[in-house]
Design a protein around this ligand. Structure first.
Ligand code: MN
Length: 424
């Protein structure tokens, strides 16, 4: 059978707007529900959410042997655990049902009723139960920018940075899906003119433009994965906003790193785009100098050309773009991150979330955080309504978007959009 998801010319009988992130070649996975406590594994073509559980129950996924119960779970973890040898054929079979020349469901209005729902009538839930979450720090421009601000240009990149993908263990419980409002966090900060901390709502609330990926295959404690083996353990990617309270972070981070300045919320897009769907967006990596240790060496193209954007939408206003970056601005790639993460024998599990770290390009209009865009608040961003932003204000909605285009086929992630409410 020829692959529909790999065919640039394939079209769906569902109308797909040219600017849609979800042509028939994408087929990402998520969890939706149209009534309380009835979650189902979902995918999307154009603006139509496909209930994969109903699709299977109506007999459209015949010939693939798996436990159908995984399609009625509140998270994708059991579905992902089926393994790529099952989930990839399911993805391909779904595309086949919706391909323009296939009339089985196209001509069956009653089944369509049970299977298709416009996306604005579906509640999209957090797609995975995240067991563990790790945030890396793998964009060199970001590490350099932050190093310049908190140290100086000569010592911006720390000696270890070019030898290993620096990261920290983040908080999984506060990873939430796009659309969920967040409250401004409270905590300790040091006023500029003081040596004594004060407590109160964070004043320097920031986004971090990142990509996340979900582990699709577990390892046993003690196992190490090579950069080559790592490939097989990635299910797919999401957009990721690693919300950050810069004032809390700055005071607390010595000497053990990020803690409450990060753990109050991280937000992700509702759709997990499979690594297979990103195949055409692969790019060769940057030359790594000095040469990295053998366990971090890799072959092949492990970066992705995914355009990334952030907009700020003040209450009652239109969204205003503040940066354009790209997932290709990574020094350390996902395979190196996984090889490093497991080199000490730490086990990884299905549903674990890894985030890239803030992705900053090499020009000031491509930086991935307000900290960098406003250069610690010294260069405010002017919004169309006449206001300015050094950081994120109460009432602002921060919107991340990401997509790649290859041979006229746009593969995207939807968006991560979350409103900031005043401190609780
Ligand atoms: Mn981060």
């Amino acid at each position: 059978m020829t692959s529909i998801t790999k065919n640039f010319n394939a079209k769906s009988w569902i109308t797909v707007d040219p600017n849609s992130d979800f042509p028939i070649q994408n087929i990402p996975f998520g969890i939706g529900q149209t009534e309380p406590n009835k979650p189902f594994v979902s995918t999307i073509i154009g603006d139509q959410v496909i209930n994969v559980s109903a699709l299977n129950a109506k007999g459209y996924l015949k010939g693939i042997d798996f436990d159908a119960n995984v399609l009625d779970q509140p998270f994708l973890n059991d579905f992902i655990s089926l393994g790529k040898s099952i989930t990839n054929p399911i993805r391909e079979a779904i595309a086949s049902v919706f391909e323009s020349s296939n009339s089985s469901l196209k001509d069956h209005a009653e089944d369509q009723q049970a299977i298709l729902t416009p996306v604005d009538q579906v509640q999209l839930l957090l797609p995975v139960k995240v067991g563990d979450y790790t945030d890396f720090y793998s964009s060199k421009q970001h590490a350099y920018n932050v190093g310049c601000m908190f140290r100086d240009p000569e010592n911006a990149i720390m000696p270890n940075w070019v030898h290993l993908p620096v990261g920290y263990h983040g908080r999984a419980s506060s990873i939430i899906v796009s659309g969920t409002p967040i409250h401004r966090p409270c905590g300790q900060q040091i006023p500029a003119d003081s040596t004594q901390p004060v407590y109160g709502p964070c004043r320097l609330l920031d986004f971090e433009l990142e990509m996340g990926y979900i582990i699709g295959k577990s390892t046993q404690l003690g196992d190490r994965l090579s950069t080559e083996e790592a490939e097989d353990h990635v299910f797919g990617f999401t957009l990721f906003n690693d919300w950050s309270a810069r004032d809390i972070q700055k005071w607390e981070y010595v000497p053990l790193g990020p803690f409450l300045g990060k753990s109050f919320a991280s937000t992700i897009s509702p759709w997990i785009v499979t690594i297979e769907a990103l195949e055409n967006f692969r790019l060769e990596g940057p030359v790594q100098e000095p040469e990295v240790l053998p366990y971090l060496q890799y072959k092949g193209a492990k970066r992705f050309d995914v355009r990334l954007e952030v907009a700020i939408q003040p209450d009652g206003q239109d969204p205003f773009n503040v940066t354009r970056s790209n997932y290709k601005y990574m020094y350390w790639n996902y395979a190196q991150q996984i090889a490093h993460h497991t080199v000490n024998g730490c086990n990884i599990n299905v549903g674990d979330m890894y985030a890239s770290g803030t992705i900053s390009g090499d020009t000031p209009d491509s930086y991935g955080s307000m900290l960098e865009l406003s250069w610690k608040g010294t260069k405010p961003i002017h919004l169309p309504d006449g206001s300015e932003r050094k950081f994120i204000a109460d009432g602002d909605t921060v919107i991340l978007q990401g997509f790649g285009i290859h041979e006229g086929v746009r593969i995207g992630f939807g968006e991560v959009s979350n409103k900031v409410l005043p401190a609780k």
